[in-house]
Design a protein. Structure first.
Length: 449
């Protein structure tokens, strides 16, 4: 039995090595990406990803859910949620628990098939980093970095195993075709990140220095920057004070620095991919680099916002998604839902047509069956500053940040929710008052009788 197991493991290692070699030596035209995969949940979406047959798959974080979520308690001695919260909702796992969860994720059959046929690369977000919303203060980050790199089959001599953080870059494709080698840059938005409320650093100076060298280095036709959190969208500006989400928009100085770095590097063909938020969407910003900067968000492979409600109530989530203002979302009649967001399990798919002139990109968010729910077709000529047809005066929509919206538009979701709650409270008070009147009348009648 042990000999058979050793043979199986050896075959898998050969297949995984050959998959990476294929991506390194063939023109890269199909890339899949995803995030937010709970290792304990069913993961049927791998069937659709395998059917897409990507040459490369990119993890964008929350590759496992390694931390422990405390029970939902809004009342009592220990409260984990709400304005009177006094206990952390999430706590870190032990090293053995993290390792067990990574092993569980790595051995899911659909994912194992993907590893045998595609090169798998990735970065992390908070739950696989070890703690929800954690940043540079997290004490277990060094240990958990090693666990992530083992999960990704990172070579033992990789620089990623010696540096502070998991950021890295890849230039994939056959030798001698430098102009057609897409560059994939994966950022680490956890290891060096300051507290959210500080407007401090997301990347830390060492990573900023590295990123500058990457963007000013040898040119590539396409540069994909992977960030575990959204770069373009800043939904917290329009969902507050109800709830807040992590994003580069919570660090406006850092996001402006990122846009300026791309513009100053004069690198064309840059776009972002991201995860984290448990829904899929495509956003764009036209006034950051001299051409439109797209951010394709795919989240999650198992975790999805509509799963918090029963199916008959999914329309509520879709209505709220449509009602929440967004100046950055790329709207299209081809979207499955009017909001052009998708709150069920999904993955991202990138197809590059190198034979087209100019080269074209088809980028989609796809559902559990592999069908597109939102997408964009982009000509590379659109992602070049000197050729961009975008004029600020012609398209102000994608140049106005969410924080610039009039307050009544920016906070309309909160106004709606608080208005509904106020009406429900008034109705409850009215019901109690009516019940009191009826009871008094009944008591009076009983006394008379």
């Amino acid at each position: 039995m042990e000999r058979l197991l050793a043979v199986v493991i050896g075959v898998l290692q050969v297949l995984i090595a050959s998959a990476g070699s294929y991506a390194d030596n063939h023109l890269l035209s199909r890339i899949a990406f995803g995030s937010c995969a709970n290792q304990s949940a069913p993961q049927p979406i791998w069937d659709a990803i395998n059917k897409f047959d990507p040459q490369v798959f990119i993890w964008l974080g929350d590759n496992i859910y390694g931390d422990i979520r405390q029970p939902f308690k809004i009342l009592g001695k220990e409260r984990t949620i709400g304005p009177w919260k006094n206990v952390r909702r999430f706590v870190p796992s032990s090293h053995s628990q993290m390792l067990s969860r990574y092993n569980m994720a790595k051995n899911i059959p659909g994912y194992s098939r993907l590893r045998a046929n595609a090169k798998v690369i990735g970065t992390w977000d908070d739950h696989d980093y070890g703690l929800n919303d954690a940043g540079k203060e997290f004490s277990e980050k060094i240990t958990n970095q090693r666990l992530l790199l083992d999960f990704l089959d990172e070579p033992q001599d990789s620089p990623r195993r010696k540096q502070a953080g998991v950021y890295t870059s890849y230039t994939l494709g056959p030798p001698g075709k430098q102009v057609k080698l897409p560059q994939i840059i994966l950022l680490d938005t956890r290891y060096h990140r300051d507290p959210i409320s500080s407007d401090g650093s997301v990347l830390g100076e060492s990573q900023w220095s590295w990123l500058g060298k990457e963007l000013r280095g040898p040119p590539s036709t396409i540069t994909i920057i992977g960030s575990s959190i959204q770069v373009i969208s800043n939904l917290s500006a329009t969902t507050g004070p109800l709830f807040y989400m992590e994003s580069w928009g919570r660090f406006p100085k850092e996001r402006n620095r990122l846009f300026k770095l791309i513009a100053d590097s004069k690198r064309d063909g840059v776009f972002f991919i991201s995860g984290d938020v448990h829904f899929g969407e495509i956003t764009r910003y036209d006034c950051g680099a001299g051409y439109p900067l797209y951010d394709i968000t795919s989240s999650g492979l198992t975790q999805a916002i509509e799963k918090v409600l029963p199916s008959p109530l999914h329309f509520i989530v879709r209505f709220l998604a449509w009602f929440t203002p967004s100046t950055m979302r790329a709207m299209s009649q081809t979207c499955r839902y009017r909001s052009c967001t998708y709150g069920e399990p999904n993955f991202g798919a990138i197809e590059i047509d190198w034979d087209a002139f100019p080269v074209t990109l088809k980028i989609q968010v796809r559902d559990i069956n592999g069908l597109p729910v939102t997408g964009v077709n982009i000509s590379l000529s659109e992602l070049q500053a000197q050729n961009s047809t975008i004029k600020v005066r012609q398209d102000r929509r994608h140049c106005s940040l969410e924080v610039m919206l009039p307050w009544i538009v920016k906070y309309r979701l909160a106004i709606l929710v608080y208005s509904v709650l106020a009406l429900l409270l008034l109705a409850l008070v009215g019901l109690i008052y009516a019940a009191t009147i009826v009871c008094r009348m009944c008591l009076s009648k009983c006394k008379i009788d």
